[in-house]
Structure formats: structure tokens, C-alpha cells
Design a protein around this ligand. Sequence first.
Ligand code: HEC
Length: 429
Amino acid sequence: MTKRSVLIAVILPVLSIAGDLSTKTPTFAKDIAPILQEKCQACHRAGSMAPMSLVTYEETRPWVKDIKQRVVTRNMPPWHLDKTVGIQHFQNDISLSDEQISLIARWVDAGAPLGDPKDMSTPKQWPKDDGWQLSKQFGPPDLVLKSEPYTMPAHGQDVWFKPLTQIPLTEPRWVRAVEMRPSTPAGRRITHHALAYLQQEEPGANNNGAPGNATQGLLMEWAVNKNYDIYRPNTGKLLLPGARIWWEEHLHAVGEEIRDHVELAVYFYPKGQEPQYRTTLTLFSASPGNNLDIPPNTITQTEGYYTLKEPARLENFQPHMHLRGKSMLMEALLPDGTKRTLSYVDHFNFNWMINYIYADDDAPVLPKGTVIHVVASHDNTANNKNNPDPNQWVGWGDRTVDEMAHAWVNVTYISQEDYQDYVAKHRTR
Ligand code: HEC
């Protein structure tokens, strides 16, 4: 026998056993519990933000039809990106693989059996959140900024609370990491998500001609699974004296009155140590000039174009729209005439302002002169479950019943030499 045929003789029986297993009915104990631990329980466990716990079989059983529906349509876990185009490696991907979705669907179709309880893996232990997670790495934070507190009543509609906090700084400082959280476990239950925008006066700011307040950009967001941001090596954000945090807290009632505030820990680079690269939050608008015209019962599309004046790395993609938001595409039109799809959120959901953060090796590095093209669509029909009234005309505005259409992107401009190094390295790969 040749070496290769020996190998085949050894592998074949193994493969056929594996084939048998995959057609067997999946069980909760063996197949489903590990998926729920890995992909759902961060939110679906007692005391966390989601409406029900998915820890034990008894807790999960009543929900199986909804679970199948939500995972097959890729609405849960919340990750609303088209998985067939663009960059697919992210730092914070919480989505299910095709295999996991198929396992869940087959399990539900087979009557959602428990299986042999002996197969159950040990329940996942969740870290007690005492203190700042980044303290282990960086020591105590240099600054802790707090929002004004809010008292959320036991019952009522969602609230978007937007207080302002001054940052006490007398000189510019470079930030290397930020961490954010509602201050108590109870606060975490009412806080759907919270944003911290950085407002500062910046002479000559390059916000690509963005409309509105050109010196305002997102500094940090808190959501379950998203507690901190450490900037890439040698990269930071610059805070200037006089800067303010403008919070936006999306709060929901949970059946008891809860009062809490959100807080942000800031970790600086040591004084005198300047990172080589500055990352700037940039607004790429798909509605230039704040023009949006969304007639009743229609689906509309708008777009915008921005030229990168220097080579740059794009760190993330965070579409921002309101209740009628449907989809957003970001693509790069390269100076050589080729087009590269970067990211496409095809089933946007206003309840989830997801920030898709590219993995280190996958963040796109683009040459000077690249045109960033952003295309957004809004669904003002009755098909859109979030639509409060498909018979209303909708235009650009701040309220959630008005619309917006832009992407928040952290742009890190790099030198021409760094760009060429990058190209050389990636050519030999
Ligand atoms: C990041 C937090 C988060 C993760 C992760 C998550 N969920 Fe959810 N889930 C929620 C929240 C919040 C809601 C209620 C609001 C909504 O429907 O969007 C919800 C709603 C649901 C519902 C509908 C409940 C109802 O009232 O009809 C189902 C079913 C569900 N999730 C299943 C899952 C499954 C299965 C997973 C893992 C594969 C998962 N979720 C992962 C936060 C999460």
C-alpha cells in the first residue's frame, strides 16, 4: 500500500462514524446547552437584560418555537450583518455558525428532546463584576466620568436619556483604553445600551464635511458583551481641555423602579508618551445635507461619498438609523477603479445599535484617494415591525420617529510609508 492509501483506509471509518452522528437527533443536554452557554446566556440568564433565562431545560422548553424562529432569521443573537459579503472577522462577533443554526432547527423540529442528563456540561460560571475589568491590565482608571442619575419607573415606555458631563482636563491627553458600565447590577437590567459621545472644539477637524456638530463623535458604547475598548497598538484618541461627554442611555422598564447612572473609566497613555496614530471617529453620511425624504408606505434608498485624503485603516462599522432603518452598505471605491465591499448590514434593527469591530488582521487598510461609499435604505411600510405608522411622511431629525442615516467609523490615518509596508506584507502572504 502507498502511504496515501493507508491514510485513506484509516480515515474512512472515522468519517462514516462522524456522518452517523450528524444525522442523529440533537438533544438539549448534548448539543443545545453548550450553544446557549456560549451564545445566549450573556443576556438570557437571571438578572441580565433579556426577558427570559435560557439556562436550564425547564426554562428553555417553553420558548423553543420562538428560539427557532429568531435564530433561523438571524435576529438572535443580535448580529445583523450579511454573512455572505464583505469582511467577516470581528473582535466582537456573537453570531451563530450555520452548523449551530441547523442543530437548533433540527432539535426544535424533533420535539426539543432533553436527551441524557448525564451529557449536560457544567453550568457556565459568570464572572462577578466587581470593579473595572481593565484594572487588571492598567491599574485603576485615570478618570471616572459619571452621568447624571435617572429614575426609571417600574412600567412605561422606553426612555432615551441624554445628560451632559464636563471632562476635567487642563491639558490634552491621549487615551489608550476606555471602559463603560451602568454603575449597579440593577442598572444593567434597565440599560438596553448606553453611548458616550465626545464633544470637543477642534480647529480644522476633518469630519469629511459631515453635517451637524462636526466636533462630536462616539467615544464609547456600553452594551452586554461590550464593556471596553483598547485601542490598537500605538494608537489612541486625543482628549482636549473643555471636552464634554454627551450620554445617550436607552432605558427600558423592568417591573420595578430603578435609579442608576452610567460611568466611564478612562485610561491615558503616560504623560509624554504619544501614540503614533490618532484614531478619529468619523461620520460617513448616507444622507448628505441631512436630506431624507421618506414618503408613506415606501422603501427609499440614499447614499453618500467621502474621499480619504490620506491612507487609512477603518477600525469598525456602526450603522446609525432609527425606527425605519432597513439596511446599510459600506464599500470602498479604490483609486485603481476596483470596488471592495467592506460591510453590509442587511437586516438592521433599531433596538440594537451594533458596532461591528473588525479583527486586527481584517481591518481594511485603504490607499489615499479611496472613496468610501455608504448606501442606506429605510422601510416605511407595514412590513417593518418597528414602524409606528407607515402612513406618515418621515424626514431627517433627532427624535426616534424621525430618521437618520450614517455610519460611525473610527478612522486611523497612517503615513504613505506605513501604507506601502502594509501592502508589501500583504502581497507576500
Ligand atoms: C446581547 C444580548 C442577547 C444575546 C447574546 C441573545 N439575546 Fe435573545 N434577546 C435579548 C433581548 C434584550 C431580547 C428582548 C428584546 C428583543 O426581542 O430584541 C431578546 C429576545 C429573544 C427572544 C424573543 C423573546 C420574546 O419575548 O419573544 C428569543 C426567542 C431569543 N431572544 C433567543 C435568543 C437565543 C436562542 C440566543 C442565543 C443563540 C439569544 N437570544 C442571544 C438579548 C440577547
